[in-house]
Design a protein around this ligand. Structure first.
Ligand SMILES: [Zn+2]
Ligand SMILES: [Zn+2]
Length: 248
């Protein structure tokens, strides 16, 4: 399984990265997890514009889903013709969220472009991936997900505050892609995002193989966020970097 970071900036695009989006590939199947602002551009540096097999958006905040609007244009008006409908997984309300982001919601509901599959948390198969999800701790429904294929596993936190269910989901996972939006402070609002320290603590409690810290907001110091995570977790810790690919 390969993970390519298409975007890792938290909340709004940063100077060197779009918002959250990750290309996960196994056996030639291409799953895009989240499609935040600006990520459609980055996607094209790695695969052909149409060469995506499925999308799963963790939640409906714009920094995780809004480039589905742009992507609907790219697929509907492609000179090669409209490609096969693309499965788009997401929480309840995904189709309305995307359609209502147009100046006038498309009358056809984008159904010739996207096959919206609004799902609850649980277990399902998407291509070669076993996908297990739990609700994270965030103001809107957000799916943390564990992807397993070829005997390897990747767990992605989505956006979350402290979350025991995420620790269980991530237990023993090979790569834990975990948000850490800011450095630790008692002033951080609860139930929204993790600090670097909390991401490290979640990784330690789950006994993961390695931790990749993502969703650092542009005004936070990424080195300080990663340093906090390293202090809390003994295993390898890296900062997600836009454009890099790593074997899980
Ligand atoms: Zn976010
Ligand atoms: Zn969010």
């Amino acid at each position: 399984m390969d993970l390519t970071v298409l975007g890792c900036a938290g909340t709004f695009p940063g100077p060197s990265s779009p918002c959250s989006s990750y290309l996960v590939e196994h056996d030639g199947f291409r799953l895009v997890v989240d499609m935040g602002a600006g990520s459609l551009g980055a996607l094209q540096r790695h695969v052909d514009l149409l060469d995506v097999d499925a999308v799963y958006v963790s939640h409906l905040h714009a920094d995780h889903c809004i480039d589905l609007v742009a992507y609907s244009y790219a697929r509907r008006y492609h000179p090669a013709g409209v490609p096969p409908v693309l499965p788009v997984y997401g929480p309840a309300g995904t189709r309305d969220r995307i359609c209502n982001s147009f100046e006038t919601p498309p009358r056809d509901g984008l159904l010739d472009v996207f096959d919206f599959r609004e799902v609850g948390v649980g277990s399902r198969t998407i291509g070669p991936f076993q996908v297990d999800t739990v609700r994270s701790n965030h103001p809107v429904e957000c799916h943390a997900m564990r992807l397993t294929a070829g005997g390897r596993s990747l767990t992605y936190s989505g956006d979350t505050g402290e979350c025991p269910d995420l620790v269980e989901l991530a237990r023993g996972t090979d790569l834990f892609l975990c948000e850490a939006s800011w450095t630790h402070s008692p002033d951080n609002p609860p139930g929204v995002h993790l600090s670097g320290r909390e991401a490290g603590e979640h990784a330690a409690q789950a006994g993961v193989g390695r931790l990749v810290v993502t969703h650092v907001v542009a005004w936070a110091d990424p080195d300080a966020v990663v340093a906090e995570a390293r202090a809390a977790f003994d295993g390898p810790v890296e900062q997600a970097r836009c454009g890099t690919t790593t074997a899980v």
